[in-house]
Design a protein around this ligand. Structure first.
Ligand code: BGC
Length: 417
């Protein structure tokens, strides 16, 4: 059976500045990668040099058949010191946006994707009362320079990532973190105290959640005000897993749904869309998070191959926010590209089910366009539709790139059932 997607459906791929550009040296993440005892398995280095190669990269995405590209602009480059804005950096992103238009691609810009300028973190980062205002000022300045070329915007990527990865046990809770030598070394390098260091991805306290949500609200208003003459949709994105309960785990699963998802849904009123980012499911039993179920295939990330999670999270996001959904990330880290194709086919099957039920889903964005720097795990996980040889920076498209690109071009999915 063939399903035709609504006219104007966005077919995208995504990247984030720090993961692809290279040498994001003024960011907190670069520092975290380099302190003694760092939890990053390797530094990001030149990444895939997208900073210089974006033109050919965007042309390749267009040739593949995509009509949308989601990328982030880097606050640490645009405002390298507090209140000092770099016109050269802003012009760089203007050229990237213009390149998208040249190739018939709608650019979706993320204003904050995990990394922050060092000066912000030195002044209390994501637990400081000044941060929402500083974020809004950056959003305003960047929108004034770039807004006429932006197609859609995400204020903050995965606003709930800090609480989520602590709840899942990927990163230590704050009290353990503050004792870690690498954390203390980072605080020292920034001239702050370990308990006052609050880097986005590792910030999980109620205060950091409040700060992030306030920054979203202020950033949203600033972007809207600065783009008044040519508006575009603005929203936030959330990391959403299909949180399931096995018998006895219902109460914990409900608590986690509240902490990780619903708390954030409550703050998106008035936004133009909600960005859904889903990779897998998480199961809870009476004693908490369960390991992957026996017999279920794992991805390179160690979590379950569970593309069906996307349908559940889209339905939940729409039911709880009433907003249109754009799938701003869906993807898999695997070295077997045929499994990527299967993952995409089944994830898209879920999108089709939602659309057939009349739900307002506006686009599907695959993470990621290119193999890139997967944060603490370095370059080992490969999420890309396009492989990159980091010695030569040669790009090679994988069969899954052709598969998804063809679906995008036809705006239709064959054999989805
Ligand atoms: C993030 C990306 C990350 C991807 C794959 C999302 O949480 O937005 O930066 O690379 O998942 O793990």
């Amino acid at each position: 059976m063939t399903f035709s997607f609504p006219k104007g459906f966005w077919w995208g791929t995504a990247t984030a500045a720090h993961q692809v550009e290279g040498n994001n040296t003024n960011s907190d993440t670069w520092l975290l990668e380099h302190v003694p005892g760092t939890i990053f398995v390797e530094p990001s280095g030149d990444a895939i040099d997208h900073y210089h190669r974006y033109h050919d990269d965007i042309a390749l995405l267009a040739r593949l058949g995509f009509n949308m590209y989601r990328f982030s602009i880097e606050w640490a480059r645009i405002e390298p010191e507090e209140g000092e804005f770099s016109l050269a950096a802003l012009d760089h992103y203007r050229r990237m946006l213009a390149t998208c238009h040249e190739h018939g691609i709608m650019p979706m810009v993320t204003f904050h994707h995990f990394t922050s300028p060092r000066w912000l973190i030195a002044r209390g980062g994501w637990e400081s009362k000044i941060t929402p205002d500083r974020f809004a000022r950056y959003c305003e300045r960047a929108t004034r320079h770039l807004g006429d070329l932006i197609g859609a915007a995400c204020t903050i990527n995965e606003a709930n990532i800090g609480p989520l990865i602590v709840a899942w046990g990927y990163t230590p809770p704050a009290d353990v973190l503050h004792q870690a030598p690498w954390w203390q070394a980072t605080a020292q390098a920034l001239g702050t105290r370990p308990d006052q260091l609050s880097s986005f991805m590792l910030a999980s306290s109620p205060l950091s959640t409040e700060t992030v949500l306030m920054a979203h609200r202020c950033g949203f208003e600033a972007i809207k005000a600065a783009s008044a003459s040519k508006t575009f949709p603005v929203g936030i994105t959330l990391a959403l897993q299909d949180i399931q309960a096995v018998p006895g785990g219902e109460t914990i699963a409900a608590q986690k749904r509240h902490q990780i998802n619903d708390m954030f849904y409550a703050h998106v009123k008035g936004d133009d869309f909600i960005g859904v980012q889903t990779y897998s499911r998480a199961r809870f039993g009476p004693n908490g998070l369960l390991p992957p179920e026996d017999g279920v295939e794992l991805t390179q990330m160690g979590y379950e191959f569970w593309p069906e999670a996307l349908e559940t999270t889209i339905r939940d996001a729409i039911a709880k926010t009433g907003l249109p959904v754009i799938v701003t990330e869906s993807g898999i880290g695997t070295d077997d590209d045929s499994r990527r194709r299967e993952y995409i086919r089944r994830a898209l099957g879920g999108v089709v089910n939602c659309l057939r039920d009349g739900l307002d889903v506006r686009g599907y964005t695959y993470w990621s366009a290119f193999d890139n720097f997967e944060w603490m795990l370095g370059y080992r996980p490969t999420f890309g539709l396009v492989a990159v040889d980091r010695k030569t920076q040669v790009r090679t498209q994988k069969p899954s790139a052709t598969y998804l690109g063809d679906i995008a071009r036809k705006n239709a999915l064959d054999s989805y059932m």
